[in-house]
Write a protein that binds this ligand. Structure first.
Ligand code: E4P
Length: 218
């Protein structure tokens, strides 16, 4: 399973990339707003740090304008994946981008039939939003399971399932169990994956006993 980090905060991305923990990055308009920097500049900087796919989302909703914006974003670096909404115009743009050799992340997926359409449009990634479905009282992880089952029925589909709107360590574990190809995870959640109270407790004991030995490894 690949881990993408879901942020436009370059310092967080640098830290996680240096630890070898990330395979790509996703951004969206809300994350660009939070970063408070020009989008093209941020995406270029992220693409310099990370070799894997970096999702950059269009603001447009109509085909011609999605294509215009997406082509500008795709020119920033070879590893840009243009992110388009799961609408008819977005899917049409997806097919054109893929035919042009540009990676595409189809975002805002909330149902299995929508994911099926993204796969038929040749999307590189489809992003089902687990957390936002949970917020709406629907089991978001069930959607990941359904899409996995459907995609496995059709080995010709090459679209990767990118579990998005991940909010917790359990979301990451359950997305992996459900067979998501990728999880895009906020930096704080990604860092919390390493934590376990018994790891801390065990480390304290080992450190104390090691100090008592009076030894030094050299
Ligand atoms: C990723 O591509 C999505 O934009 C992101 O995961 C959305 O997460 P949120 O629902 O926490 O905003």
């Amino acid at each position: 399973m690949k881990f993408f980090v879901d942020t436009a905060d370059v310092s967080e991305i640098r830290e996680l990339a240096a630890a070898g923990l990330i395979d790509g990055v996703t951004t969206n308009p809300s994350l660009i707003l939070k970063a408070n920097r020009p989008m093209k500049e941020v995406i270029a900087e992220i693409c310099d740090i990370v070799d894997g796919p970096v999702s950059a989302e269009v603001g447009a909703t109509e085909y011609d304008e999605i294509m215009r914006e997406g082509r500008i974003l795709a020119k920033i670096a070879e590893n840009v994946a243009v992110k388009v909404p799961l609408t008819l115009d977005g899917l049409k743009a997806c097919r054109t981008f893929v035919d042009e050799g540009t990676m595409v992340n189809v975002t805002l997926c909330f149902s299995a039939p929508q994911a099926l359409l993204a796969a038929k449009a040749g999307a590189t990634f489809v992003s089902p939003f687990v957390g936002r479905l949970d917020d709406a009282g629907v089991d978001g992880m069930e959607l990941i399971q359904d899409i996995r089952t459907i995609f496995d029925n059709y080995p010709d589909f090459s679209t990767e399932i990118l579990a998005a709107s991940i909010r917790s360590v359990n979301h990451v574990k359950d997305a992996a169990k459900a067979g998501a190809d990728v999880a895009t995870i906020p930096p704080s959640t990604l860092k919390s994956l390493v934590k376990h109270p018994l790891t801390d407790k065990g480390l304290d004991l080992f450190r104390a006993d090691w100090a008592k030995t009076g030894q030094r490894i050299e």
